[in-house]
Design a binder for this molecule. Structure first.
Ligand code: NAD
Ligand code: UD1
Length: 308
């Protein structure tokens, strides 16, 4: 299969690209290298093509999408905090580009589509664990754009123009998640600082929870979905992707402190909670499990593999 992976030079995208190449597919990556890196991708590989460009740019989209059998749309500004600070800029990437991509794919006949949505769409819904039917309460521009992206995708799916599946990733972690920015995923930041003995900042009281899922478990869900025959309209299939385990940041810090190679005691200071930060989050993953998928990597093993 010829597959376009938008955001394929990023954290999740680079793992997905490697897995698709291993499975024998030909992969085109469209990435502007804003947070992704060329070095995340395998070097000399005939079946891999990198198009450096903006996913909101029509010409770049046309170049990358022509001749594909499927696309996996991962390109986005992944930081919730960045969307709070720059709602206009992040909206262009996180929603406008998605609508352009879906529309162009429909016109080019690239029907098979996978979309990276987020647990953020549930906001502070207290109905834990969160099933896919739980009420959506987006609290941030990031969450609003991800949810709107699902609605647009559902439109193209219902119309029969795309054969699409949406995935609501919970908090994904693993190697190559870039800790460089203050907006990076919490595990990448905490591990990087723990390794260097640098100070860690905890936003809020540390009792907020997340469902941390290892990147290879996410990748297996995506690769399997591409291999499955598509579903017919009307309803857009939507799957949570988590581990189904609720972990507080204080528990995360304790798990990091137990890892070999970490400088203990960790130096942790507190700062006020982030605006729009979700208090508790954990997935009901029974729908994805019913397809034969299950998470294989627990938190401790995943943290050790990430630390390297
Ligand atoms: P990432 O920042 O590593 O990957 C995003 C990639 O998209 C990067 O390579 C970046 O360079 C690229 N990109 C950003 N803007 C672009 C643009 N305008 N044009 C082209 N490329 C652009 O983040 P990630 O964690 O790998 O996230 C991948 C996807 O999964 C995103 O859609 C994110 O919202 C979603 N997601 C991630 C998590 C998580 O916990 N990491 C959870 C839920 C959803
Ligand atoms: C993350 C993802 C987002 C995804 C969502 C799904 C990133 C950057 N964000 O958002 O793409 O859609 O999960 O649930 O991958 N924190 C600290 N100190 C730090 C950094 C973070 O205390 O130095 C706290 C935050 O305030 C928050 C928690 O850690 O309470 C998680 O933050 P973060 O990793 O940014 O993730 P989410 O906002 O959950």
């Amino acid at each position: 299969m010829r597959v376009l992976v938008t955001g394929g030079a990023g954290f999740i995208g680079s793992h997905l690209t490697a897995a698709l190449l291993d499975a024998g597919h030909a992969v085109t990556v469209l990435d502007d290298l804003s947070t992704g890196k060329r070095a995340n991708l395998p070097g000399a590989e005939e079946r891999l093509r990198l198009v450096v460009g903006d996913v909101a740019d029509q010409a770049a989209l046309e170049e990358a999408l022509a001749g594909q059998d499927a696309f996996v749309h991962l390109a986005a500004v992944a930081s919730v905090e960045a969307s709070v600070r720059d709602p206009v800029g992040t909206h262009r990437t996180n929603l406008e580009a998605s609508v352009r991509l879906f529309d162009l794919a429909a016109r080019l006949g690239v029907k098979r589509a996978l979309y990276a949505s987020s647990a953020a769409v549930y906001g502070d819904n207290p109905a834990l664990p969160l099933g896919e039917e739980a009420e959506k309460r987006p609290l941030t521009p990031y969450a609003a754009d991800k949810l709107a992206g699902e609605h647009y995708l559902a439109h193209f799916h219902r119309a029969g123009h795309l054969d699409a599946t949406a995935f609501r990733f919970f908090n994904v972690f693993g190697p190559r998640q870039d800790p460089a920015s203050p907006y990076s995923g919490v595990i990448s930041v905490f591990l990087d600082r723990a390794r260097r003995g640098a100070p860690i900042t905890l936003f809020g009281d540390g009792e907020q929870t997340r469902d941390f899922v290892y990147v290879q478990d996410v990748v297996r869900a995506l690769v399997a979905a591409l291999a499955r025959p598509g579903q017919t309209p009307p309803e857009l299939p939507v799957f949570n992707v988590g581990r189904g385990a609720e972990v507080s940041l204080l528990e995360l810090l304790a798990a990091i402190e137990r890892l070999p190679g970490v400088r203990t005691p960790l130096s942790v200071s507190s700062a006020p909670p982030r605006q729009g930060d979700i208090r508790r989050s954990v997935a009901d993953v029974s729908r994805l499990r019913a397809t034969g998928w299950e998470p294989r990597t627990g938190l401790e093993a995943g943290l050790a593999a990430t630390l390297g």
